[in-house]
Design a protein around this ligand. Structure first.
Ligand code: ADE
Length: 413
């Protein structure tokens, strides 16, 4: 199997870290055990564009255990863990990813995966699927999408009638977004900020741009650490929810003047612009945890920067023309994966259980239309049941009388 990795000598270290993650992924382990027995993906070719982490390594191993040929490229140039990549490549998985790769290398690696004629594409951000579409590649039975940003892009493709194969929006499973987006992003973003800066969060004005599931998780964790949390939003319902969850809500133009730390999690472009950065306090820290590095206006920042230096790993000091200093985390790339290790395995267990079952679902349902689907609720609920079981938690069952009550419209008080 061909590969493009940084250093194969890192494989033993990668293997140990992958094993550590595996311990925390009991649901995926169960699926792997079944896949290994059934060999349900025998000789199928699966192309993945995911963050190359120890958790992703466990998904790749699961697909391989089912008999699939797996090809993997990175969904972000800064999130690849080179030791995990090396371990997978030495294990017969076609890995094309190196931490710190350029944009050109990023797309070259993506092409390497597509050259292997994958039948299913597992994507995180929709770059692999959109490239396959631009090249009008044949022989693809379906794709899955891991993240909100990717699902938004794919739904636009569905709307424009250009989808060439069915998609399962894994992000939209309940056992994905309610946990990965909220608790995963909440914790791993704080982790990234702390590794990059070692600041004290307590007592800071912590601005969260965007109150989707990721924003909610981040605001909750920042508040838990003693920050004054300010939320900025464009959606009136989400803004109201943020207020009623106990946060201060205001426009970015006002938040810019008082924030100590700013994190964007909106999925949209230029959320923090030049005019905001010029208002920020001396020493303000700015980062992003959304999928693409477009939420902070980097070209605008360049125009108002006089001098810059990397002051710590993943933390760049910008001296602005107005004399103030701003600190930009991880070049505006998602700070939780670029400055830390991404979401913990415990939560990726559910996300990647969804991915593995989504691949199986596509192969088992060849009549799916060229649309964006959710995984059936039964599969979603089963993942929740298995996760609860792995945590030693049991829950109640409806009594026959309760079932009857819920299915009848005749009974009142
Ligand atoms: N996305 C967020 N965290 C991740 C992780 N640990 N592995 C793969 N994808 C992720």
């Amino acid at each position: 199997m061909k590969y493009n990795i940084k250093n194969k000598k890192l494989a033993p270290q990668g293997n140990k870290r992958i094993d550590w993650a595996e311990e925390k992924m009991p649901v995926l382990r169960l699926i792997r055990r079944r896949f290994k027995k059934d060999k349900s993906l025998k000789n199928r070719r699966i192309g993945c564009c995911l963050h190359v982490t120890t958790e992703t390594a466990n998904l790749a191993r699961t697909l391989k255990a089912a008999g699939a040929h797996v090809y993997l490229t990175a969904s972000n140039p800064l999130s690849t863990q080179d030791d995990a990549a090396a371990a997978l490549a030495m294990d017969g998985i076609g890995v094309f990813a190196q931490h710190g790769e350029s944009r050109t290398e990023y797309y070259r690696n993506l092409s390497q995966v597509l050259k292997n004629k994958p039948e299913i594409l597992i994507d995180d951000g929709a770059d692999l699927i959109s490239t396959a579409h631009k090249r009008r590649l044949q022989g693809i039975s379906g794709g899955t999408e891991e993240t909100t940003t990717g699902v938004i892009r794919l739904k636009q493709m569905e709307r424009d009638n250009v989808l060439r194969f069915p998609i399962v929006a894994v992000n939209d499973s309940l056992t994905k977004y309610l946990f990965d987006n909220r608790y995963g992003t909440g914790q791993s973003t704080i982790d990234g900020i702390l590794r990059a800066t070692n600041i004290l969060i307590s007592g800071s004005n912590f601005v969260v741009a965007g109150y989707g599931w990721c924003g909610r998780g981040l605001a909750m964790r920042a508040k838990g650490m003693g920050a004054q949390v300010i939320v900025t939003e464009v959606d009136p319902v989400k803004a109201l929810e943020a207020r009623m969850d106990g946060y201060t809500v205001m426009p970015m133009a006002d938040a810019a003047k008082i924030g100590d730390l700013f994190i964007t999690v909106t999925g949209d472009i230029n959320v923090i612009r030049k005019e905001h950065m010029l208002k920020m306090k001396d020493g303000a820290i700015v980062g992003n945890s959304g999928h693409f590095d477009v939420e902070i206006d980097k070209p605008g920042l360049k125009k108002i920067t006089k001098k810059r230096r990397l002051i710590r790993d993943s933390c760049e000091e910008h001296v602005l023309r107005n004399g103030r200093k701003l600190y930009i985390l991880a070049q505006g790339r998602l700070v939780n994966l670029a400055a830390a290790e991404g979401h913990p395995a415990m939560v990726m267990d559910m996300s990647f259980a969804n991915q593995a079952l989504a691949v199986e679902y596509i192969f088992n349902n060849p009549k799916l239309e060229k649309r964006v689907y959710n995984l059936p609720l039964k599969i979603d609920e089963n993942i929740a049941r298995l996760k609860l079981k792995s945590m030693g938690i049991t829950i109640d069952k409806l009594t026959p009388e309760q079932k009857q009550y819920l299915s009848s419209w005749k009974m009142g008080t």
